[in-house]
Design a protein around this ligand. Structure first.
Ligand SMILES: [Mn+2]
Length: 236
């Protein structure tokens, strides 16, 4: 269900395939430009990556699990232009496009045309999966909970002391419950990350992750073992 080498996963239910991505933070680059960094719209790059994954997986539905836009309150000039463009391209590609609202998605509804088939929801259930952004509390008995919000990455240090921050998946149990939590890496490679072997997880769901048994996988499938053993260990 994880797509090798991509910050994305597939869930199959009733013969439909749902492609999941999260933490896109479109509009982030305008903030950088204001600070003097040359960075341009990511719409085309995102569309080509999504279209490649769609071809590879034959997904019929797209689920964006929050933080499609970057500005927490209000809408930036860049978002006002880029998000409708991005969504209209996605609508042409998928049967359904679902946005699960993240903490950065304030007023995103204003960027969606009335006749659009893009849906905005707080959370979504697909079969045994409960999917939400991860910044608000939820009640569910579903076996699997999928969130984003944390933008997890692991910090590794090599023998000469150079350190690398590499996006990762976090998979573990919810404390005292028979439920499994999957934390997705961010889709936007520029959006920064929460270092799982340095920082605490954020949000009211991830804080109940049983970190003693949580496992870390890199996007290429490398199993780094348990988080508790990864206190900035040396890689070979
Ligand atoms: Mn978030």
């Amino acid at each position: 269900m994880f797509i090798t080498n991509k910050p994305a996963m597939i869930i199959e239910n009733r013969k439909e395939r749902y492609l999941l991505i999260g933490d896109l933070h479109l509009g982030l680059t305008s903030e950088w430009r204001r600070k003097g960094v040359s960075a341009y719209s990511q719409v085309k790059d995102f569309i080509s990556k999504i279209s490649e994954m769609k071809k590879q997986t034959k997904a019929s539905h797209l689920v964006m699990i929050g933080d499609v836009k970057h500005k927490v309150t209000g809408i930036s000039w860049q978002e006002e232009h880029e998000i409708p463009e991005f969504l209209s391209l996605l609508e042409k590609m998928f049967k359904k496009v679902i946005i699960i609202k993240g903490n950065h998605d304030g007023h995103i509804e204003k960027l969606i045309e009335k006749k659009s088939k893009v849906k905005v929801v707080k959370s979504l259930i697909i079969g045994e999966y409960f999917i939400t952004h991860g910044h608000r509390k939820v009640k569910t008995r579903k076996k699997y909970i999928i969130i984003g919000h944390n933008q997890p990455a692991v910090k590794l240090r090599d023998r000469i002391g150079a350190s690398y921050t590499i996006p990762c998946w976090v998979i573990g149990k919810i404390k005292d419950k028979d439920q499994e939590l999957i934390i997705m890496p961010a889709f936007n490679p520029l959006s920064g990350s929460g270092i799982v072997n340095e920082n605490e997880f954020i949000g009211p769901i991830a804080k109940y992750l049983d970190t003693k048994n949580a496992k870390i996988h890199l996007l290429d499938g490398t199993d780094l073992g348990e988080l508790k053993d990864l206190k900035i260990r040396t890689s070979d």
